[in-house]
Design a protein around this ligand. Structure first.
Ligand code: ASP
Length: 401
């Protein structure tokens, strides 16, 4: 897409977000008549995400020529994911301690809205990496399993030499074709984003109904949002220092960021993230590797939210959080990111696991659940921003190699 058209598209997307919010806010449930447009856009993204991820990773790895060359960029990416996710959890916990959003709740609310305790453990996370049925994983959009399979497939391809070349070329072409389709979907994105913003606001009953839900947990929401913005700025500074990229890069990524906000799904945003990153001139290795992987294992926004939620509910329930607990929370969020799917509210199971690790009653989840659909949109935007910064970071590193 040329510069003029991409600028036009960006303005159209910004207008779509504003119009969508206003439509849902003022029309209330009547705005649900637009919801099909959002579903159509989401379905189109889901339609391309499986072939795109498989083709991108396999062709990305096979273009390296030798899978051992993946070792260094691979470990840098994983370290980036772990450190930034842990830092995000610390940002959330730090802010919750400063603003004390749980202050308003001196009495423990008698929650009737109880939620089942999460039961995931490290072994579950490990088991979730290998698919017993790759077709079923593709059908269920279990992207982490597809990614692991694609990495193994790409690795095997690099050792098959001349005989495997035709398959490597096939996936290279498939990747190109899928990106053409993504370009077409992108042109329609303003309509989809408009509906995806309007629909949940309408479902919540419009503006006044939303303002009522703010009342009880408004302070908690405010702290999560401040944390997300702050961590986004920290990542920006990190990127500016290490890669020299700045405001222009943010601008180039806006279509992906707004799509993340609209869809609440890092995975559904992968096609647009790849398109934006490629348009910004990032090379194909980092784009094809970091973005799909990051969408399922790197969740900075979710970690900020989990950090705030833990401290907020500890304040509400009078649970003592000791010094070492902060590290436990940060480490758990980093690993929980791997086990959380990049889908709307995909972080819930792991959030419950985190609560049980530090002794927060699972019923506390009922307190933060009513506003979660809004926070999910905001944290997904940071999740995607974290992946894009990681891509720029690896791109810079690979230029030096
Ligand atoms: N919706 C988030 C994502 O797709 C996951 C979550 O925090 O629930 O990245």
């Amino acid at each position: 897409m040329d510069r003029k058209n991409s600028a036009r598209l960006l303005y159209a997307i910004i207008l779509a977000v504003i119009l969508g919010a206003l439509t849902g806010w003022f029309m209330g449930r009547d705005a649900l008549m637009f919801s099909w447009m959002g579903t159509l856009f989401l379905n189109a993204l889901k339609m391309v995400v499986v072939p795109l991820i498989v083709a991108a990773i396999i062709s990305g790895i096979s273009s390296l020529g030798d899978v051992r060359k993946l070792g260094k960029p691979g470990s840098i990416t994983v370290i980036y994911f772990l450190l930034t996710t842990m830092a995000a959890a610390f940002v959330g916990m730090f802010l919750a301690n400063i603003f004390v959003p749980g202050n308003n709740f001196h009495l423990i609310p008698n929650m009737t809205n109880t939620v089942e305790q999460g039961t995931s453990s490290l072994s579950d996370v490990l088991l979730s990496l290998i698919s017993p049925n790759i077709v079923a994983s593709a059908a269920n959009l279990e992207l982490l399993q597809l990614i692991v399979f694609s990495i193994i497939f790409g690795a095997a391809l690099t050792v098959t030499g001349e005989k495997g070349r035709v398959v490597g070329d096939f996936f290279e072409s498939l990747n190109k074709i899928m990106m053409v389709i993504v370009g077409w979907i992108m042109v329609l994105s303003p309509f989809g984003i408009f509906a995806l913003v309007a629909t949940p606001v309408a479902e919540a009953g419009g503006g006044n109904a939303i303002l009522e839900t703010f009342g009880a947990v408004g302070a908690y929401m405010g702290v999560v949002l401040i944390g997300l913005v702050l961590h986004g700025i920290i990542l920006f500074i990190l990127m500016a220092i290490t890669t020299g990229r700045g405001a222009r890069f943010v601008r180039e990524m806006l279509p992906a960021l707004f799509t993340a906000m609209g869809t609440s799904s890092s995975s559904a945003t992968v096609p647009l993230s790849m398109e934006c990153a490629e348009n910004a001139g990032l090379s194909k290795g980092p784009v094809r590797f970091v973005i799909p992987l990051g969408s399922t294992v790197n969740m900075n926004g979710t970690a900020v939210y989990q950090g705030v939620a833990v401290i907020f509910l500890a304040q509400v329930y009078g649970v003592d959080i000791g010094f070492s607990d902060y590290f436990v929370v940060a480490l758990t969020t980093a690993f929980a990111s791997i086990g959380s799917a990049g889908i709307p509210q995909g972080g819930h199971v792991m959030t419950l696991m985190l609560f049980s690790v530090v002794g927060i009653p699972a019923e506390g989840f009922g307190l933060i659940l009513p506003v979660d659909w809004m926070l999910d949109r905001a944290r997904t935007t940071l999740n995607v921003w974290g992946d894009l910064v990681g891509t720029a970071f690896l791109n810079r590193f690979m230029m030096d190699e």
